[in-house]
Design a protein around this ligand. Structure first.
Ligand code: TLP
Length: 346
């Protein structure tokens, strides 16, 4: 099977497993896991922050951050297609007690003026207290789109001026960095807190981190424990994350090239609609326009031929490239597409 369902599906390579097996470990809830501590220092340095915290997932990274910045009844401003709104089991409501203010924006990118307008007047008790602006970089459902760093800067200036903080969901920050040439620190300097994931494009089996000031990390640490994310001998997992940071960032460029190759081939088929300009990183979104097909049917046909992709709506399909999809795999997938769909009309 050639698995384009997500970059979360990668399995550790033998070298990564070796690094995991050699890890020195201790009880991390007691702060005594040397490898987790090393990872946290490394992440903090990479992002130019005072501290970092290893957490089990991107979802937890976002919610220890939101909870650390807010009190129940506060409001978080974010894009209406953000992962935190669509795919995190309403944790913002259930675990943090916050209200989400959903905004528009081309391809998942918020507009600084719109953010400014969304902030409530802090003096009026009728309104929720606007507290956090959240940006997702790259933006998943926006198409794997890269936040221009100037836009992040402008949004952070709006936030600061109005007394809010900016949290960046950087589950795929390194894809954004590799695609744009912007350094991780140069994105992170505009964010009061930032999450990254090791288990997406970077190929580790588990894990994410959040970074920010010492004070923020202290609060996030408390909520990690409260949310059940205090883990013990996690050096084995932290070693995989360290390996991922050391070896798997630059190679994301290959995933981006593979995504483009796949996108170009799909865009030539009449029964699909695909905007090539929207393919900026490792994600390819396309719509089924043929009347006698829909997304579920297309995905089922591809599966029969050994190609896995995911549906987003009944017309929209997502394909994600990653470490476990080679160029040869992409070429094979293209052959499958051509075999199945080149004769189909709209
Ligand atoms: N995204 C997954 C699915 O949950 C949809 C995927 O396959 O893309 N932020 C962003 C931007 C994400 O894309 C994801 C995962 C998360 C956070 C959550 O990470 P995990 O799955 O580690 O909780």
């Amino acid at each position: 099977m050639i698995d384009f369902r997500s970059d979360t599906v990668t399995k550790p390579t033998p070298d990564m497993l070796q690094a995991m097996m050699k890890a020195e470990v201790g009880d991390d809830v007691m702060g005594e896991d040397p490898t987790a501590n090393l990872l946290q220092e490394k992440v903090a340095a990479l992002l130019g922050k005072e501290g970092a915290l290893f957490v089990p997932s991107g979802t937890m990274a976002n919610h220890v951050s939101i909870r650390a910045w807010t009190e129940p009844g506060d409001e978080v401003i974010l894009h209406k297609l953000s992962h935190t709104y669509l795919y995190e089991s309403a944790a913002a409501a259930a675990l943090c007690g916050v209200q989400l203010s959903l905004r528009e924006g081309d391809r998942g990118i918020l507009n600084p003026n719109d953010v400014a307008e969304a902030v409530h007047d802090a003096q009026r008790d009728h309104f929720p207290r606007s507290r956090v602006v959240m940006v997702e970089n790259t933006h998943n459902i926006g198409g794997g789109s890269v936040y221009p760093v100037e836009v992040v800067k402008e949004i952070s200036e709006v936030a600061k001026k109005k007394g809010l903080v900016l949290h960046m969901d950087g589950a795929r920050l390194f894809n954004a960095c590799v695609a744009s040439g912007v350094e991780p620190q140069d994105y992170a300097r505009h964010a009061d807190s930032i999450s990254i994931c090791f288990s997406k494009g970077l190929g580790a089996p588990v894990g994410s981190a959040v970074a920010g000031s010492k004070e923020f990390i202290k609060r996030a640490h408390r909520f990690r424990k409260m949310f059940g994310g205090g883990m013990r001998q996690i050096g084995y997992l932290a070693a995989a994350a360290i390996y991922a940071l050391d070896h798997n960032i630059e190679r994301l460029a290959e995933d981006h090239e593979n995504a483009r190759l796949l996108a170009e081939a799909i865009s030539r088929l009449e029964c699909f609609r695909l905007d090539l300009d929207a393919v900026e990183t490792n994600m390819v979104f396309f719509d089924v326009v043929a009347k006698d097909l829909d997304a579920l049917r297309v995905v089922a046909m591809l599966r029969q031929e050994g190609v896995l992709m995911g549906t987003i709506t009944n017309r929209r399909i997502r394909a994600v490239t990653h470490l476990d999809v080679s160029r040869e795999d992409v070429l094979k997938a293209i052959e499958v597409f051509e075999k199945l769909f080149s004769e189909r009309k709209t």
